[in-house]
Design a protein around this ligand. Structure first.
Ligand code: DX5
Ligand code: ZN
Length: 219
C-alpha cells in the first residue's frame, strides 16, 4: 500500500505560491489538493478555474486533486478537467446526479472521487464504490482549514476499508481535515492511504512540517 500526503494549498501564501510549491517539490510531494468552494455548498469561497489553470501552466510534475465543494458539480466538471485536474472529487450531498458525475469524469479518463461530510452515513455510497477511484472522508465540516479532527471519523474509515477489502475493490481512502502529527498514524491504521494536510504543513516551515508528518505516520 502506498501512503500519500496531499497538501491542501488553501492556507498557502497565494502571493508567493511559487515558493510554497517549490518547498513541496523539494519534499517530494507529488499531489496537490485543490479546495474549490462556492459559498453555497459550504460557507466560504476559495479559488476556482483561472487559479488552477495558471498553476497547471507552471506545474507539470504534480497530480492535481480537485475537491469540488460546490452545488451541482456536474455543471463544471469538464472545465476543471480542461484546466488540468487529474482527480475530480464531488460531494455526495451536492448532486442528485452522482452517476452522471462519475460518467463525465470517466469519459475524460480521469479519476473520480466521492466525498462525504461528517454527518453523512458512509453506507450511502457503498453502491458506487465499484465504479470510483477514491472516497474522500471529511474529518471536519468542509469550508475552512485549521479545524479540529472529528474523532468519529476513525470508525467511518474503518467501515469503508472493510467494505472495500471484503468486496476486493481497488479504491483509495483519502481523509481531509484536521490531520496533524498526533493523529496521522491512527488515521492510517484505520485504513486510509491518502492524507490531505493543510495548516499543519503551511504554518511555519513547510519542509520541516512535511518531514515531521511523514515520520509520525511511520511510527
Ligand atoms: C476543508 C478542506 C480541507 C482543508 C484542510 O474544507 O477541504 O482540504 O483545507 O486543511 P486543514 O489540514 O487545516 O484542516
Ligand atoms: Zn479538501
Amino acid at each position: 500500500m502506498q501512503y500519500i500526503i496531499a497538501p491542501s494549498i488553501l492556507n498557502a501564501n497565494y502571493y508567493d505560491i511559487k515558493n510554497d510549491i517549490n518547498s513541496l517539490r523539494e519534499s517530494n510531494i507529488e499531489i496537490l489538493h485543490l479546495d474549490v468552494m462556492d459559498g453555497i455548498f459550504v460557507n466560504n469561497i476559495s479559488y476556482g478555474i483561472p487559479f488552477i489553470k495558471s498553476l497547471r501552466e507552471n506545474i507539470n510534475d504534480m497530480t492535481f486533486d480537485t475537491h469540488l465543494m460546490i452545488v451541482k458539480p456536474e455543471r463544471y466538471i469538464d472545465r476543471f478537467i480542461d484546466v488540468g485536474s487529474d482527480i475530480i472529487t464531488v460531494h455526495f450531498e451536492a448532486t442528485e446526479n452522482i452517476e452522471l458525475c462519475i460518467k463525465m469524469v470517466k469519459d475524460r479518463n480521469k479519476k473520480i472521487g466521492i466525498s462525504i461530510k461528517p454527518d453523512t452515513d458512509e453506507k450511502k455510497i457503498y453502491n458506487y464504490l465499484h465504479k470510483i477511484d477514491l472516497v474522500l472522508v471529511m474529518s471536519v465540516y468542509p469550508g475552512f482549514g485549521g479545524q479540529k479532527f472529528i474523532e468519529d471519523t476513525y470508525v467511518k474509515i474503518n467501515n469503508i476499508k472493510n467494505f472495500i477489502d471484503k468486496n476486493n475493490l481497488k479504491v483509495d481512502i483519502e481523509v481531509d481535515g484536521g490531520i496533524n502529527i498526533h493523529n496521522i498514524k491512527n488515521i492510517k491504521d484505520s485504513g486510509a492511504n491518502i492524507f490531505v494536510v493543510g495548516s499543519s504543513i503551511f504554518k511555519g516551515n513547510i519542509k520541516k512540517n512535511i518531514l515531521d508528518i511523514k515520520n509520525s505516520m511511520r511510527c
